[in-house]
Design a protein around this ligand. Sequence first.
Ligand code: BGC
Length: 441
Amino acid sequence: MTQATFHFPRGFLWGTATAAYQVEGNNTNSNWYAWELEPGRILQEGKAGLACDWWNGRWREDFQRAADGFQNAHRMSIEWSRVQPAPDRWDEEAIDRYIQMVRGLTELNMTPLITLHHYSDPQWFVDLGGWENASSANYFEKYVRKIVQALKDYVSLWCTFNEPNGYAFQGYLMGVFPPGKKDLRATFNVLVNLVRAHAAAYHSIHQIQPQARVGIANYYRSLQPDKPFSPLDKWIISLLADFNNVFPDAARNGKVRFLANRKHIKEAVGTQDFLGIDYYTRDYVSFNLSKWKELFSQRHYRAGTELSATGFLANEPLGMYEALKWGLKYEIPMIVTENGFEDADDQVRPKYIVEHIHQMWRAVNFNWPIKGYFHWTLVDNFEWERGWTQRFGLWGLDIETQARHKRPSADLYAEICHENGLSDDMVSRYAPRALPGMFPD
Ligand code: BGC
């Protein structure tokens, strides 16, 4: 077997990504809190509860775990409903806690990447119509200004929205996130308002902090035709590709384009300093006339692919390379803002990690401007409509006792971060099955 180390550029960011609602616990002013109380919304009626108990201070020990694992960056989010529990009220104590957390990261020499909106909304905002409200961008902009003023001494890397495409799709088309709608018109309306809000936030952040780097974390789903020679399969993929493109396209040229809908938002032109890519998996897609609710598409994972513990994801590392190649067209730096696998027993995760990082390394070697990688996630957390049924952490969590246990993947990832690279020796110790594919003779 070839001996080699795949090195990354100096200063490459290595970290994990987290989201406020999923780790803090007791976010009682959030729309997700109300959603959890509705029967049947969350798998096994799961509740975020204390989550990883960060709000009571356990962020300290988890950030220490990340730092001990040689991570030099961390992506976390701010819960809008804490900062602004009512339209006319700021919670300075909550803001202060976020300042402490972010300062805590910098004291551990980790670069903070702050997400301003990660799926959850204040309940009062939802009561006013949420992202369907024509004034939603104004509300968001006020909150963004407040938080950027508060954190600007520690943070210069910002994500306005996490997966705005996924947010709109799951909440307004699939109905699995609040508000549980299945309405194409509402989906487009929400996408447009999210683009407006992103643009307003982008300009506000730059006004307060001229040196800021502002982007979004875009969900990228790799889509391959089920039958490579079928024009119908290819055609349906070209339609579904709007899902990947809609947001970064709008942030480049102001054109919001989703299926048959079009809208031009001129203030969105050129509002992206970096492209965040959340890549997890790949679908094989065929055209199916009977599946009109799924936009005439039928998706499945490739036969024989390794699946995550509950079958939610397939291990498709080539999709990582594809995602980065797709991102090149925006001609801005790229950051892998999420990538991970649910796997309580850590059976496949080490292989998933090395294979995906290998594909990212291939891309880096073409001098594509890739600046960092954030693994999803540090510690098992509340997985939205899937509750606690999926375990994405490098560290496991016992939700009854709050005890953490280290998975082998945490040690593997620590070695990668420490080396700023990936070697055949690491792969042979943590994921030997990946060796022949990565280090052929
Ligand atoms: C979301 C995370 C989520 C992860 C795994 C991502 O798309 O941004 O919030 O936990 O997927 O389900």
